[in-house]
Every structure is written in C-alpha cells, then in structure tokens.
Design a protein around this ligand. Structure first.
Ligand code: FPP
Length: 246
C-alpha cells in the first residue's frame, strides 16, 4: 500500500446496520432470522476491517429508541447479543480486537452487563482493531452525559463555565480517545443518521447504500472505502486551499 492509499483509508468507520427485518421478510422468515444473519455480517465486516487496516469500527447495534420494539424482538436481540459474546469474544481476542460497549449499560440485565464488562476487560490490551458496539446509545444521550460531567466539574469548582469549549466538551464525549470518525455508512436505503454519534459526525463523510445489512460483505465495504477516497475533505476551507496543502 502506498502512502497515498493509506491517507485515503478511513481510520474510523461507523455503521448503522439497517435492513435485517426486510431481509428476513423477503425470505418469509421472522425478523429474528434477519438479526441472526446480521450477526454473521458483523463477523464478516470485522474481518474485512482487519484485512483492510481500518483501525476503528463503531457499530450501532441497539439504539436507546429500540426498546420500543415488540417485547419478543427485544428479548431475541438480547439473547443474540449474549450468544454473540459467548461465541465470538475468544476469536476477536485472538485477532487482537479490542471490544468496547458504548451507551448507557445500566438498562441491561446484570448478567448481560457483566459479560459486556468482562469482554471489555479481557480485550483491553488489544490494538489491531477497536470494535465499538453502541448499545442503548443515542447521540443526544452522549451530548447530555458530557454536558453533565462538565456541569459537575463546575460545581466542584474545578472548572469555570466560560472555560467550556468544543475541545473540552468533546473530551467527555464517547470515543474521544480514538481517531475521529471519518466515514459513516448506513445500509438499508434510509438516508438519515437516527440519533447516532451526533457530535462525532461533524466532519464525517456519509455513505448510504440500499444493500440490506445481512448482504453487506467485503465488496460493499471496499466500495464504501473507495467512495470515501474520492471525497475532498475541506473542513470549511476552499477546494484551492486543500489542493495547496496536499
Ligand atoms: C436494524 O434492522 C438492526 C437492528 C436494530 C439490530 C442490529 C443487530 C445486529 C446486526 C445483530 C448482531 C449485532 C451484534 C453486534 C452481535 P431492522 O430490524 O430495523 O431492519 P428493517 O429496517 O428492515 O426492519
């Protein structure tokens, strides 16, 4: 890989994995069948990121709004997360993947939360790929919890309100210790961000595809990365300024 190729490779990719339900419906199967196929696609995309040299992958597995789904679908999803944790963690660990769950974990039952914490602790020393799984996560929740931490620091007298700026607040946002988000992908044909990583999305490139999540494979990821590589990232500057800097 040349240095130009490396410069065009997104370091941090986030994915809204949409379309499991429709994928199952097309096959006259229950929605849970689609989620199970979705789990296999997660495995494949993790392998692709390791292969391509992407450093951070953040997946939206369960939003704070997903609790509104039918009770049996929510419990099937919880069951699937448990099984995925039991089945996949060894291999992920063997491949040098660091797993992190981001979101308000307090809403999950103690057994599941314990397994999530154990997987995070076990893989904490890994660095080949940072795999962040957003569960009970919402972008607004993330901003609120960061604002609360800032307010608490002010209340303790450690900070003055006028010292709060983007950098300081950003420091309390989830994933602030990782490279900034470069590429946001949403499968399943909808063109919205659905309360995912609102703060972190500020300068990310957006890629929407009609492919349903269970069909998202290595070729789809490559095509999203190629699409990203063609974009000109200007961060507010003009195209000429960017060309001069290159
Ligand atoms: C959205 O499709 C998908 C979800 C709400 C669940 C995502 C879960 C997985 C991909 C399973 C495994 C994940 C991990 C991390 C082990 P949808 O149900 O909204 O599909 P639809 O729009 O077609 O109805």
């Amino acid at each position: 890989m040349t240095s130009a190729d490396i410069a065009r490779l997104p370091r941090h990719i986030a994915i809204v994995m949409d379309g499991n339900g429709r994928w199952a419906k097309l096959r006259h199967r229950p929605r849970t069948f689609g989620h199970n196929a979705g789990r296999k696609a997660v495995r494949a995309v993790v392998e692709s990121c390791l292969r391509e040299g992407v450093k951070v992958l953040t997946l939206f597995a369960f939003s704070s709004e997903n609790w509104r789904r039918p009770e049996d679908e929510v419990s099937a999803l919880m069951e699937l997360f448990l099984r995925a944790l039991d089945k996949e963690v060894d291999e992920l660990h063997g491949n040098g993947v660091r797993i992190r769950f981001v979101g308000d974990l307090n809403a999950f039952d103690a057994g599941l939360r314990q397994r999530m914490l154990a997987a995070m602790a076990r893989t904490a020393g890994n660095d080949a790929l940072h795999l962040n799984v957003a569960v009970n996560y919402g972008g607004r929740w993330d901003i609120v919890q960061a604002a609360r931490k800032a307010a608490e620091a002010v209340a303790r007298g450690e900070l003055r309100a006028e010292e709060i700026d983007e950098q300081l607040l950003g420091h309390w946002m989830c994933l602030s210790d990782l490279p900034p988000l470069d590429l946001f992908i949403r499968t399943g044909g909808e063109c919205r961000v659905s309360n995912f990583l609102l703060w972190q999305l500020a300068y990310a490139e957006l890629h929407f595809t009609d492919t349903l999540w269970p069909d998202f494979d290595h070729a789809c990821l490559k095509s999203a990365i190629e699409d990203y590589a063609r974009r000109e990232r200007r961060y507010g500057r003009t195209g000429e300024q960017v060309a001069q800097k290159a």
